[in-house]
Design a protein around this ligand. Sequence first.
Ligand SMILES: Nc1ncnc2c1ncn2[C@@H]1O[C@H](COP(=O)(O)OP(=O)(O)O)[C@@H](O)[C@H]1O
Ligand SMILES: [Mg+2]
Length: 408
Amino acid sequence: MNLFDNIKQSVFASSEILSNSHIPQRLPSRDNEITSVSTIFRPALMGGVPPNVIIYGKTGSGKTACVKYIIQEFERARKKQRITHAPYIYMTCCVDTKGPIDLIIKILRSIDKKNTTTTGHSTHVYYDKLFAHLNKARRGLILILDEIDAIKKGQEFLYMLSRASEMREIKNGIYISIIGLTNNMQYATTMDPRVKSSFGTHWILFPPYTAIDLLDILEDRRKAYHVDAIEEGVIPLCAAIAAQEYGDARKSIDLFRTAGEIADRAASSRVLMSHVQNARIELEQEQIKALLIRLPLQSTLVLGAIIELRENGHIISTTGEISKTYFSLATTYTISPLTHRRVTDLISELAMLGLINSKKRSRGRAQGYIREVWLTLSDEEIHILNIHLETTLTASSITPFPSQTPHL
Ligand SMILES: Nc1ncnc2c1ncn2[C@@H]1O[C@H](COP(=O)(O)OP(=O)(O)O)[C@@H](O)[C@H]1O
Ligand SMILES: [Mg+2]
């Protein structure tokens, strides 16, 4: 018997349609948003100045997909009308979350392929170079910054660019328009008031998708599978699960794809509803793993303390108990411990990440409150977490266990 004898035909006809890099032909349920965003670009085609804009919405609400689609259309219009002004630059800031210097170097190279500016000067030199270049070329610039919140020293960068014409750094008629995209719904509150005012009222919200919107989006990708390879109810289930979880289109597509991968692994000729349920568990576990891997060492140690307490029968523990266990773990792993106050902050951060839950409980009059903490993870997830803790803590520790003196 050959190893590959019982390989069945895959349920996928074209799995690429469900990949992250696929550019959809149609963007259902985003007509209003596409109209609002394209209005920003319009003045540029008529020789005017596009306003600064922030596009915000939860992850998977279609911001990147819509902006890329509009850029494509904008480029077509520029070519058709033979417009050479109004160049635009699209940058994803989360890929390499660099500060102003790297961003300006990227912009300069993008405007002028032969530009040889390198790092090593002080920041103002780069701003001067950028402004000088625009003045000389006598043109404006539309800067599209995807995941704008990821830029280091982002407020300084945005301040310098948004005030360039006001400060007469760039000549009349030359502009730098910023279109920022962010998943952070609270981005406005993190902004320097001077930067915020340069964006005025130009804030465009991408609301979460409803289950019906997601149904429409997924139906367009049904052709990723062979005809009849999907059980009825699979697409509505993917849409319903993702709608419950913040209406995230990426999540709905990931579920639809992972369900197919599970069907293939099980050598099933069809994608079943049960495969979608398993895909949901698989994706959640991947999400937790990804979260844990990025967790800083001290937070990992605090989480380790909560797990240790649980393993010793404390399903619910107090911040005082966690702190104590944390200090003893820090000693074991020779890691410099943080203060009790910082440990409390890290506990709040873990709660924000959804890894733990916590509740304040009154200890009666004059005794104040205590904070009770418990893990929200399943046994399976705690197992994954334990393995991760073990490797991280052992790797970071100089002498994890007291060294034994050999008998002579
Ligand atoms: N209206 C839509 N129609 C079709 N696919 C969409 C739509 N909105 C989002 N998507 C898809 O969902 C995924 C996430 O969208 P994306 O634009 O990256 O979200 P965001 O930038 O808001 O986090 C992408 O694969 C994208 O192609
Ligand atoms: Mg995006």
